[in-house]
Structure formats: C-alpha cells, structure tokens
Design a protein around this ligand. Structure first.
Ligand code: NAP
Length: 253
C-alpha cells in the first residue's frame, strides 16, 4: 500500500531531502512551499522521474485558512494522509533580546509554532482513530537550539523550537491511544540556505559554533533526513514523544 506523506517547506533544504528520500521508499509526497514554486516543481519532477508520485502545493503554514486548503488539496490529490513532517521554519535573527525586532519575533512564532500547530490539528483530524482515521506518524523539525538556547542570537528562534518540543510531547500523549505517533528531530547547524543566509551576514558566527561542536563540523541534510525517515517508519513503531538530537553532539546535557 502506498503511504501518503505531506512535508511542509519541502522546496529546499532539509524538507527537500526528506521528500526525495521518502519517495525512494515508496511514499507519495505532497511538497509544500510558500513562494519558491520553481524549486518545489524541481522536487516533484525528480520524484516523478524516479518513478514516484508527488504534487507541489503552495501554502503559507502561518495562515490557518491556507493550512486548511493545503490539507484539503492533499486529500483530493493523494487521498488518505498517513504521515506529516512539519519542517517549514524560519529564523535568521541575529542579536540580543533587546535587538530583536517585534516583527521578527511575531513571524518566527507565526511560522514555527502556530503554523506547525495548525498542521498538527489538520493531521490529527484525518489520522486519529477517534475520528475513524487509520492512525499515522508526525515528525516535527525542532532544533538543538530548543535545548541550548541562543547566545546573543536566535533567542526568539530557540524559544519557538522549545515550544515545538512541548507540542510534540503533549500531542504524543494526547494521541498515543488513537494510532498517532508524534516525534521530533532536533538538528544542529545544518548546511542549507538558512545557514548560508547567516554566513553572508555574520561568517564568524558559524566558525564559533563549529568550535562548540564535539564532531567539529556542520551537519548535512542527509544526516537529518535519516532520523526523520526512521521515525516515520514502522521500525519506530513503539517510539512516540521522542526528541531525537541530530546535532553532532552539540547541546549535550
Ligand atoms: P531552508 O533551507 O531555509 O528552507 C525553508 C523551507 O521552508 C523552504 O522550503 C521554504 O519554502 C519553506 N517555508 C518557509 N516559510 C514557510 C511558510 N510560512 N509556509 C510554508 N513553507 C515555508 O530551511 P532549512 O534549513 O532546511 O530548515 C528546515 C527546518 O529545519 C526548519 O524548521 C528549521 O528551523 C529547522 N532547523 C534547521 C537548522 C539548520 O541549521 N539548517 C537547524 C535546526 C533546525 P520556499 O522555498 O517557498 O521559501
């Protein structure tokens, strides 16, 4: 049986790699993006060229109406939703708490927390055996910053990802008896456009961060998509409420 997966923010970076590799494992994939249609279409084309099934769906996850439309489109184009990866996220604020602009704080929470929350709500409505669903698996992309915080940087981002962790553990408890597993992966600093944008503004920050990493290097998208795919799979059938660190040892307790 083909399993249907929605990946938010799948046009680039970690979400893109999750979408491509999930398709290799037989998932039909809904590739969500917000503005970069050409990149999303490239992901869909790569999946189709590999013999898989995928659709690109534009929606800003921070808008509850757009999230409802996103999930309805998945229903229509793919059918029953079995899996969701809440990957869409923003965060490039550099500076102290005093320097953080209100509009950046609001946007970070709108996308990283409210958007993820809305997507979880729509997924649970469809997956929960309480509502006649077949169950399912949700993986939230958190961050090592949820635990380590951000020193003179990313205080809003770190707080938003701490909220993602608590949504993950709370929802796992709420839905465990109704066939839904909910887990999170907490990446460390990973080579994507998000990090490239920071490197352009403040190159020394990346070098300082690398010094704090036991493994002495940044992560690759593959090193994040591997644990995501494992958590989605039946190999993780008894795993729920887990916060899996994939951070090269950064932010170890
Ligand atoms: P990225 O390369 O910047 O890509 C972001 C993706 O999210 C793009 O596909 C983008 O779509 C989409 N997106 C942004 N805002 C959206 C919105 N409002 N609605 C729907 N889609 C939206 O990001 P990344 O580095 O791969 O990060 C992916 C996730 O991992 C994020 O949650 C991030 O916080 C987390 N993370 C990343 C790192 C890291 O070092 N890279 C570390 C820890 C955690 P468009 O292409 O249309 O703009």
């Amino acid at each position: 049986m083909t399993r249907n997966l929605l990946v938010t923010g799948a046009s680039r970076g970690i979400g893109r790699d999750v979408a491509l590799r999930a398709a290799e494992r037989g998932y039909a994939v809904a590739v969500n993006y917000t503005s970069n249609q050409a990149k999303a279409d490239d992901v869909v084309q790569a999946i189709v060229d590999g013999g898989g099934k995928a659709v690109a769906i534009q929606a800003d996850v921070s808008d509850v109406g757009e999230v409802e439309r996103l999930f309805k489109t998945v229903d229509e184009k793919l059918g029953t939703l079995h899996a969701l990866v809440n990957n869409a996220g923003v965060g490039a604020t550099q500076g102290t708490l005093e320097d953080t602009k209100p509009e950046d704080l609001v946007r970070t929470f709108e996308v990283n927390v409210f958007g993820l929350f809305y997507c979880c709500q729509e997924a649970v409505k469809r997956m929960s055996t309480k509502h006649g669903g077949e169950g399912g698996s949700i993986v939230n992309i958190s961050s090592a910053a949820a635990r380590s915080g951000g020193v003179n940087a990313f205080i809003d981002y770190a707080a938003s990802k701490a909220a993602v962790d608590r949504i993950t553990t709370s929802l796992a408890m709420e839905t465990g008896a109704f066939g839904i597993r909910v887990n999170a992966v907490r990446p460390g600093v990973t080579e994507t456009d998000m990090i490239e944008a920071i490197r352009e503004i403040e190159p020394e920050w990346i070098e300082q961060v690398i010094q704090t990493m036991p493994m002495g290097r940044l992560g690759t998208v593959r090193e994040i998509s591997d644990p995501v795919l494992w958590l989605l799979s039946d190999e993780a059938a008894y795993v729920t409420g887990a916060l899996v660190d994939a951070s090269g040892g950064r932010a170890m307790p």
